[in-house]
Design a protein around this ligand. Structure first.
Ligand SMILES: [Zn+2]
Length: 213
C-alpha cells in the first residue's frame, strides 16, 4: 500500500520557531494526520516520552513494545477525514483538538477514526481504514488519584500519541524516550535482550539486514 501525498494543511516537515517546535504525523493511509506543538520551555513532566510495556498497549498496538509521546491535550491538533474513497483520496476533513477528540468519535458522520475503550475512562483511537493505533487518552474526572504520569494532575487531561506514527523527519526531531513504563508487565525475554544491549544475545548485537535476506 502506498502512502498518499501529505495533507497540505498538515506539513510533514517539522519546524522550529524561537518559541515552539512543531511535529507532524498520521496513520499509514493518510486519512488522519496531526500536529503537535511543543513549547520551548517544557512543562514537566510533559512532553513525556516512554517505552510502554503494559499488556493493554502491547495487545492494542500489535507490537512487542509501544512508545508514546504524552502531552497536554492542548498541544495536539488532529485532522480527521469524514469522507474518503478506497484510492486514499480524502474529500473532506475536520480539524479538532485532542480535547474534542472523544466528542468527535461519539457519533454523527462517519469518521476516519474509531474509538475503543480498553478500560474504564480510557479511549484509544485507531484509523478506521488502515488500523493504525494513534491515540491514547484518559478523562481526568475518571482517573484514579495518583494515576497517570508523575507530576500530572493539575486539571488538564493528557493525551498519548503513538511515537511511531510521527512522520520520519519529525521522529528525528522528537524528544527521545527516557524511561520504560510498566516494566513489570513486559515480555521477559524482550526485557532481557534490552538489558543486554550490545552484549551477546542483546538487542543491539543482532545481525542487521537491509531487508528480508
Ligand atoms: Zn489510516
Amino acid at each position: 500500500m502506498s502512502t498518499p501525498d501529505p495533507d497540505p494543511d498538515c506539513p510533514s516537515t517539522p519546524t522550529t520557531t524561537g518559541t515552539e517546535t512543531y511535529l507532524s504525523g498520521g496513520c499509514h493511509c493518510g486519512a488522519n494526520t496531526y500536529q503537535l506543538t511543543l513549547p520551548a520551555q517544557p512543562s514537566p513532566p510533559f512532553p513525556l516520552v516512554d517505552f510502554d510495556h503494559c499488556t493493554s498497549c502491547r495487545r492494542t498496538s500489535g507490537a512487542l513494545l509501544q512508545a508514546w509521546i504524552i502531552l497536554p491535550q492542548s498541544w495536539a491538533v488532529f485532522h480527521i477525514s469524514s469522507t474518503f474513497d478506497q484510492s486514499h483520496t480524502v474529500y473532506a476533513s475536520s480539524v479538532v483538538t485532542a480535547g474534542a477528540l472523544r466528542k468527535e468519535l461519539g457519533g454523527g458522520e462517519p469518521k476516519s477514526l474509531v474509538h475503543y475503550a480498553s478500560s474504564p475512562g480510557v479511549s484509544r483511537a485507531f484509523c478506521a481504514r488502515c488500523g493504525t493505533h494513534l491515540v491514547y487518552s484518559r478523562v481526568y474526572e475518571e482517573r484514579e488519584a495518583g494515576d497517570g504520569p508523575e507530576g500530572e494532575g493539575d486539571g488538564e487531561d493528557f493525551v498519548g500519541v503513538s511515537l511511531a506514527s510521527l512522520d520520519k523527519d519529525s521522529l528525528e526531531r522528537a524528544p527521545r524516550p527516557l524511561q520504560h513504563t510498566w516494566w513489570g508487565d513486559g515480555v521477559p525475554w524482550l526485557k532481557e535482550m534490552i538489558a543486554k544491549g550490545c552484549e551477546e544475545g542483546g538487542i543491539g548485537a543482532m545481525e542487521k539486514l537491509e531487508g528480508y535476506q
